[in-house]
Design a protein around this ligand. Structure first.
Ligand SMILES: NC(=O)NCCC[C@H](N)C(=O)O
Length: 410
């Protein structure tokens, strides 16, 4: 992995459980205040979070990580620093936010000029929280746009990005490279314009190379599990598509970032929108998994071969994963729950843990039964509150993008 001359540990990750050194989070901000009962479904939230409380919960999450020696980077801070540092980042970030097809040429042009001139912190806020027609600056020429006149003041000129909270999905690190993903749904697609400029222009990431650069089809970070160095599982369901998984596998092989990719079909349902909603790694050879899918989860195995690739399967996931990882057995921590408790705790992200090291995970406190079973199996569980954070349907893993983990290769 790279970057000895930068602050902090070398960048990159080759597993889900190597000791976590640096992580990217997003502190809940004004983008969450945009949620209303009319738009929350479209913006992929199941309710309206109490924003100040969500922030408190998130601050406690960040403090827990820091208390365990993890360097916490905040997306909002990195974005502000990036926009301050780079004119090109400003141009790119604004261009992705201003849609002339929707706003018309006149308004798009005036808004672009206005945004490019904003101080970095204000621009970062607009790019994350969006902007309404009421919030447009009043000045010369205001009112000449028909689009402006005909829209309701509370309509969005720039749509907010409340799901920035889930930093896992818009980028992920593999080896010493970062992949900017290709988010499937309209409500989230602009998020990657922000991770893209941060990784392209922030001095901290100077010289970092990209993985999956072509992003030809949808791939979301929540579907990617780094099972072991060189072995990657990719969930295919509501978000990542078969074409995305195939393109990612070929790209990882070409860049020598993986030799085996397991493609794992998951139900196309909100409760299991990503692979990490039903299964996360808690140790080098162990996962916590939603019990209802334990025996039915399957995988196609794509291997890099001397003369191309081979595809086998579908086979039972647990066996295919153990084979690919070169271990006798992938342990499933037996959450042993009755089906109703298991379903409730899966919905509340009980299986969505963030490993800080082998056998040490962060989990939502509300999943009492799952956490107790993890502890009974020897896993250290660090509990955080998530009553408000969870309203977007994501747990500790979804809310974190590991930027640096110790390698498991050594
Ligand atoms: N990796 C994850 O499962 N992320 C959670 C994403 C939740 C977000 N509200 C979404 O629907 O995309």
């Amino acid at each position: 992995m790279t970057a000895p001359d930068r602050p902090g540990a070398p960048l990159g990750a080759d597993s889900e459980v190597g000791t976590l050194r640096t992580v990217l989070l997003h502190r809940p901000g004004d983008e969450l205040r945009r949620l209303t009962p009319r738009n929350n479904d479209q913006l992929l939230f199941d309710g309206l979070p109490w924003v100040d409380r969500a922030r408190d919960e998130h601050d406690a999450f960040a403090e827990l990580l820091a208390s365990r020696g993890v360097e916490v980077l905040l997306l909002g801070d990195l974005l502000t620093e990036t926009l301050d540092h780079s004119g090109a980042a400003r141009v790119q970030g604004v261009a992705a936010a201003v849609d002339p097809r929707r706003l018309g040429h006149v308004l798009a042009r005036d808004l672009t000029t206005y945004l490019r001139g904003l101080p970095a912190a204000e621009l970062a806020t607009v790019l994350m929280a969006g902007m309404t027609f009421d919030e447009l600056p009043v000045g010369d020429g205001a009112g000449i746009s028909l689009v402006r006149r005909m829209h309701h003041g509370a309509d969005f000129v720039i749509e907010p990005l409340p799901n920035l909270l889930f930093t896992r999905d818009s980028s992920f690190w593999i080896g010493s490279r970062v992949a900017i993903t290709s988010l499937a749904l309209r409500a989230r697609s602009r998020e990657t314009s922000l991770t893209d400029i941060v990784y392209a222009f922030h001095p901290r990431f100077l010289g970092v190379r990209r993985a999956y650069e072509s992003h030809t089809a949808p791939v979301e970070g929540g579907d990617i599990l780094l099972l072991a160095p060189g072995v990657v599982a990719v969930g295919v369901g509501e978000r990542t598509t078969p074409a995305g998984a195939e393109a990612l596998a070929r790209s990882l092989f070409d860049d020598d970032l993986a030799h085996t990719v397991l493609v794992v079909p998951i139900a196309q349902e909100r409760a299991s929108m990503h692979l990490d909603t039903v299964c996360t790694m808690v140790d080098t050879d162990a996962v916590v998994m939603y019990p209802a899918i334990r025996d039915s989860l399957s995988a196609f195995t794509i291997r890099r071969e001397d003369d191309g690739v081979s595809i086998t399967g579908a086979d039972p996931f647990l066996g295919a994963a153990a084979d690919a990882m070169g271990i006798g057995k992938l342990r499933v921590i037996d959450t042993g729950l009755d089906s109703v408790t298991a379903e409730r705790e899966q919905w509340d992200d009980g299986n969505n843990t963030l490993a800080l090291a082998p056998g040490v995970v962060v989990a939502y406190e509300r999943n009492v039964e799952t956490n107790a079973r993890l502890e009974a199996s020897g896993i250290e569980v660090l509990r955080i509150a998530g009553s408000e954070l969870g309203s977007g349907r994501g747990g500790p893993r979804c809310m974190s993008c590991p930027v640096s983990r110790d390698s498991l290769r050594s």
